[in-house]
Design a protein around this ligand. Structure first.
Ligand SMILES: *Cc1c(COP(=O)(O)O)cnc(C)c1O
Length: 393
């Protein structure tokens, strides 16, 4: 796995579509990152925190009752939902906060939609001891009160964005404007394997522990590799985290599941790799849901962590070379999977992760004798009120 190249390219994707001044800042981050990546002391510090703070390694779990109910393939989960703060996001937030601190940055900035990235980053910043400022749309702040409170309790400053749609899109603009006031001293912590080089590479590297652990755990437990590995794809960080360790295993089928929302024949989905075309967004070239002028289209998913019109450049490349099979699951399938996993295993998945579970539930009955591994990227406590109301539970 030598990708990306020195310019941050995965084939024709990735790169740095930025003004020269910001390219220099990104190159400085890249240089600092390459230094710490090879520094045994940093690696030791990171792996100690992964173990004693995040709670790694996360378990590999066999779903006995779900497997019996489906009557086909065996279903295994990589339990990223059991990480501190409840999802895989802490893996890269911790890495980014440590890097920013080592670089002597004075403040970490980010936007957040549903607040998951904001919470994970607030925790990492509190741990590392660096100022944290989270920009969030006023509407999202009203909708996500518990996450806003979590961030504040952990010492982050939450900036309410009152302009435009008052949601994620304007929060991105607001956070980026603040970043541009002093990019030398501020650090913009990107929340997935997206954005300009080196972020798609760096966030992948911080996430690849997921697949490395899972591969080892699977070999130890089953004495073979899984036949198919499955993860949901928003920006693509939990998926690439699982996939990376298996890319060279030709026998392993790899599936990324995008949100089909209310249907691929409606505008209400976020199936970027399935229906998008290459374009430029947030400093990178990637598949993009775009209009005639190349502007990103409004996107939608029942899982707010998946509604992004772009996708990581490495996923764009893996689609083109055919190594990863990108599929979709709808809102309704996701809700059904959410309830099924909760009631057969007592595990409430995040609505995002439930897309991967839904795909596994769809294919498992036809695959007796095979083994499926799903990345359960996060826990669904944040989603229970919404689901209970929607399904009248
Ligand atoms: C944010 C989030 C995602 C989507 O982000 P990726 O970068 O695609 O992984 C998926 N699952 C959970 C639980 C999330 O919080």
């Amino acid at each position: 796995m030598t990708l990306p190249d020195e310019c941050g390219q995965f084939g024709s994707y990735g790169g740095q579509y930025l003004p020269d001044q910001l390219k220099q800042v990104m190159d400085d981050i890249s240089t600092a990152y390459e230094e710490i990546r090879l520094d045994p002391q940093f690696q030791q510090e990171l792996s100690d925190l992964q173990r004693h703070y995040v709670g790694r390694p996360s378990p590999l779990y066999f779903c006995r009752r779900l497997t019996e109910q489906l009557g086909g393939a065996e279903i295994y989960l990589k339990r990223e939902d059991l990480n501190h703060t409840g999802a895989h996001k802490i893996n890269h937030c911790l890495g980014e906060a440590l890097l920013a601190k080592k670089m002597g940055k004075t403040k970490i900035l980010a936007e957040t939609g549903a607040g998951q990235h904001g919470v994970a980053l607030s925790a990492a910043c509190a741990l590392v001891g660096i100022e944290c400022e989270i920009h969030m749309g006023a509407i999202d702040i009203a909708k996500q009160a518990p996450n806003v409170t979590r961030m504040k309790v952990m010492g982050a400053r939450v900036v309410s964005v009152e302009r435009g749609t008052k949601t994620l899109k304007d929060a991105v603009d607001s956070a980026f404007e603040e970043y541009l006031r002093d990019p030398q001293n501020f650090f913009y912590a990107i929340g997935s394997v997206v954005g300009p080089h080196p972020f798609p590479k760096m966030v992948r590297d911080f996430q690849q522990v997921v697949g490395e652990e899972a591969r080892e755990q699977f070999l130890e437990r089953c004495h073979c590799l899984p036949d198919t590995i499955i993860a949901c794809v928003g920006g693509g960080s939990n998926a690439i985290g699982l996939f990376t360790a298996f890319l060279d295993d030709d026998s392993v089928e790899i599936v990324g599941v995008e949100p089909a929302g209310r249907g691929l024949d409606t505008p209400d989905h976020a199936a970027t790799l399935t229906l998008g075309q290459p374009g430029v967004l947030h400093g990178m070239r990637c598949y993009l849901l775009q209009d005639q002028a190349g502007e990103p289209l409004p996107v939608y998913s029942i899982a707010s962590g998946l509604d992004y019109p772009g996708v990581g450049p490495q996923h764009s490349y893996l689609k083109d070379i055919g190594r990863v099979n990108y599929q979709t699951a709808s809102d309704d399938e996701c809700l059904e999977a959410f309830v099924t996993l909760s009631r057969t295993e007592g595990i409430i998945p995040a609505l995002e992760s439930a897309h991967a579970v839904a795909y596994a539930i769809r294919i498992a009955p036809e695959l007796a004798g095979k083994k499926l591994l799903i990345n359960l990227s996060g826990r669904g406590d944040k989603d229970i009120d919404f689901v209970a109301e929607r399904l009248k539970l």
